[in-house]
Ligand binder design. Structure first.
Ligand code: ATP
Length: 423
């Protein structure tokens, strides 16, 4: 983890937020490469969850909503984590994170005793308006409620009919008791979520739950996450969120243990009934639909993709990211920076490919060093223009993972990369 976080900082994936002022616990900034990786991840999610489906539409709701939304959804009352305090130094921890408490014990010579767990609300308050007292509102603790409060709007403005889904990607905020493990537990993070509405029928709910479990697992596998590092874990009765009839976490085996990557929840009719929203089918039958949710964290997925991709060999560090996710797709090099003919041809190829792909240009140092620098950020292909290129209009394309090189006709390059980038 230490080497990965150092790489993220050094190469511009992830920086601590407001670092020049000492940072702020639980907040992170994405650098030039990080933002590309994050955008690629979100784009693929949107593509598969919205564009490739006839039964799902997209939405982008506001972050701050009328506080009554949170009253109705139960979040003001029940969106809590159990908090305990060390009676020696008054530091606070989540009662269910025993490992952190055990580590904390080591900081004291005497035996630590803890306060009884109390429910700590995770919602972040904000104050709006110009007159005192200002209106209290909340940064959303989950993006989900924006979907439910727009349920009627989506139905009346589109042609969706049950069963159908609403997909959304956006920021959520939680006043986490112990942010940590790099971006894994942040106070500001992004979620990518599907709410899938169906008839209030337990068997249909179970089938839909199982269906989305399979789909979501397949989605992560299609982007190259290692199968043996993924598993589903069913929530214990006392662990379920206040809205959940059924819940399973898709977990990833990280350097800090099996950790939740995405939650699949059967929310039943909890939310729609709390908002007093119903659905009328074509026969005029009115009911409160059930909802199956697939709720993933963009930042957690990004972190786990980085962890999964990070590979060290004796000679080099490679980020074996799926080409679709890689921030830079192709790096273009002239073999020698001081040979005008090589540079001119390489620049032309670079400009041409840049219209379609995120490309990097490098003419510094020797080719080995340039490969090293690209491997470390996960660039799948490096393309070199050499003297042979001037004669036969071919270039070498070197593969990041195998280091194998092949000669490809310049006129065929776009075709070549297009084929390689199909998932
Ligand atoms: P945890 O048990 O780790 O606190 P959760 O069960 O509260 O997570 P959900 O409410 O199910 O999480 O949120 C859905 C997804 O949002 C999670 O699977 C995770 O990927 C992401 N997520 C939740 N909390 C955070 C956070 N503090 N930082 C980053 N991502 C988060």
């Amino acid at each position: 983890m230490l080497r990965l976080t150092a790489l993220c900082k050094r190469r511009g994936f992830i920086f601590p937020s407001s670092e020049i002022y000492g940072g702020l616990a639980g907040f992170w900034d994405y650098g030039p490469l990080g933002v590309e990786l994050k955008n690629n991840l979100k784009r693929y999610w949107w593509q598969t969850m919205v564009y490739q489906r006839d039964d799902i539409v997209g939405l982008d709701a506001s972050i701050i909503m009328n506080p009554q939304v949170w009253q109705a959804s139960g979040h003001l009352e029940a969106f809590t984590d159990p908090l305990v305090e060390c009676k020696v130094c008054h530091q606070r921890f989540r009662a269910d994170q025993k490992m952190l408490q055990e580590c904390h014990q080591k900081e004291h010579s005497e035996k630590v005793t803890w306060t009884e767990p109390k429910a700590f609300n995770l919602m972040t308050e904000v104050f709006l308006g110009v007159t005192e007292p200002k209106q209290k509102a909340y940064l959303r603790g989950e993006i989900t409620q924006g979907v439910f409060v727009n349920f009627n709007n989506v139905i009346s403005s589109t042609r969706v009919k049950i069963p159908f889904g609403i997909a959304q990607i956006g920021k959520a905020f939680r006043n986490e008791i112990t942010p940590g493990n790099f971006t894994f537990r942040s106070r500001e993070f992004e979620q990518m979520e599907l709410e899938y509405f169906l008839e209030p029928d337990s068997q249909k709910a179970k089938n839909t739950f199982d269906y989305w479990k399979k789909e979501r697992l397949a989605w992560y596998l299609s982007l190259g996450l290692k199968k043996e590092k993924l598993r589903f874990r069913k929530h214990e009765k006392n662990e379920k969120a206040h809205y959940a009839r059924e819940a399973e976490d898709l977990e990833y085996y990280s350097p800090f243990g099996w950790k939740e990557l995405e939650g699949i929840h059967d929310r039943g009719d909890w939310d729609l009934s709390r908002h007093k929203l119903t659905y009328k089918d074509e026969q005029g039958k009115e009911y409160t639909p059930f909802v199956i949710e697939a709720s993933g964290g963009v930042d957690r997925a990004l972190l786990f993709f980085l962890i999964d991709a990070y590979t060290e060999t004796k000679k080099r560090v490679i980020l074996k990211l799926h080409p679709y996710l890689a921030p830079v797709k192709i790096a273009v090099f002239p073999l020698l920076a001081n040979k005008a003919a090589l540079v001119t041809l390489a620049k032309k190829i670079y400009q041409d490919l840049k219209n379609k792909y995120v490309c990097a240009w490098d003419d510094r140092g020797n080719i080995g060093k340039r490969y090293y620098a690209q491997d470390e950020i996960g660039t799948p292909w490096c393309l070199t223009v050499d003297f042979q290129s001037l004669e036969d209009k071919t270039v070498t394309v070197r593969d990041r993972d195998t280091t194998r090189q092949e000669r490809v006709k310049i006129s065929q390059l776009k075709n070549y990369f297009e084929k390689k980038l199909i998932i």
